[in-house]
Design a protein around this ligand. Structure first.
Ligand code: AMP
Ligand code: MN
Ligand code: MN
Ligand code: MN
Length: 275
């Protein structure tokens, strides 16, 4: 089965509208799709409606920004209830934090000689309540500060660079509990991206599991083939279920297209087993 449980629409920092994204997924052969916008569920209704007409099985999802021991990590919620008031108010508080961070990023970039970047970023934000570094990046590329989004991040938007503003996201416990309160299951997004040394990775995943977390992404657009194997081992060791998701954001901004990644190793317990 072609299952893709991680992607983004214009409700966060993806390039396609929710309906367009689902149409592309269907064309690429995806049979089960979750839309997982950052800290926002406003794209789910449109995506679900399109999935019904395209014959794609649709899963309500979200990708929550979390700070764990000073590291930013992302927790995907699957089979959530987008109407749940606890989840909604939690996500709203994160979006308010994003707005404050975006103001500071605009000021920091201005101090570094890059004026008006917040206004520029807003032009690329399909959802005015959700400003991401990706929107700043698109503006900075458009205005010639670097040749592509990847190099703009390296030059301006990562730790130690002029547009980087440290930020405190939700706690791990809150994110997992909001997901569970809404009936969803919590999955660690792209664990290979955090570069945790092994003891920290194990401490993080043990805490995640103790708080009710269920799975980790094993096959994701953010992992190399070696990391598929590495995180398959981690899933086995820690008794976590496994997920597969492209993390597709749009043409030119993603390593993997919708539904294009290899299947999970056959012995793992897929997060969708009981759906
Ligand atoms: P934010 O959640 O606002 O900090 O933005 C994070 C988003 O920026 C990620 O979800 C990606 O879409 C994008 N991003 C982060 N790092 C990079 C990078 N090195 N190159 C391209 N896009 C990136
Ligand atoms: Mn993103
Ligand atoms: Mn992520
Ligand atoms: Mn993502």
């Amino acid at each position: 089965m072609n299952v893709d449980l991680h992607c983004h629409s214009t409700a966060s920092d993806g390039l396609l509208k929710p309906g367009e994204l689902v149409a592309r997924a269907a064309a690429k052969g995806v049979e089960v799709l979750a839309l997982t916008d950052h800290d926002d569920v406003s794209g789910l209704a449109e995506a679900r409606a399109k999935a019904e007409s395209e014959g794609v099985r649709f899963v309500d999802g979200v990708e929550i920004s979390v700070t764990w021991e000073k590291t930013t990590v992302h927790i995907v919620g699957l089979q959530i209830d987008p109407e749940d008031p606890v989840l909604r108010s939690g996500l709203e508080s994160i979006r308010e934090g994003r707005a404050r961070r975006a103001e500071k990023m605009g000021e920091a970039l201005a101090a570094a000689g890059v004026p008006d970047s917040l206004a520029g970023a807003r032009i690329y934000a399909g959802n005015p309540t959700l400003i991401s570094r990706a929107h700043f990046a698109r503006h900075l590329v458009k205005t010639g500060r670097a040749r592509d989004v990847k190099s703009v991040f390296q030059r301006y938007l990562v730790k130690g660079k002029p547009g980087y503003v440290p930020h405190q996201w939700a706690s791990l416990g809150d994110a997992v509990s909001w997901i569970r309160a809404s009936g969803g299951i919590a999955v660690v997004a792209h664990p290979g991206r955090y570069k945790f040394p092994k003891p920290e990775l194990h401490a993080f995943l043990a805490e995640f599991r103790d708080r009710g977390g269920a799975g980790i992404e094993v096959v994701t657009g953010s992992h190399s083939p070696e990391q598929y194997l590495e995180f398959a081992r981690v899933a086995r060791e820690l008794g976590l279920s496994a997920s597969r998701g492209s993390d597709y954001h749009g043409k030119g901004e993603s390593k993997a297209d919708l539904g294009s990644l290899p299947q999970l190793p056959g012995d793992l317990n897929p997060v969708w087993r009981d759906w």
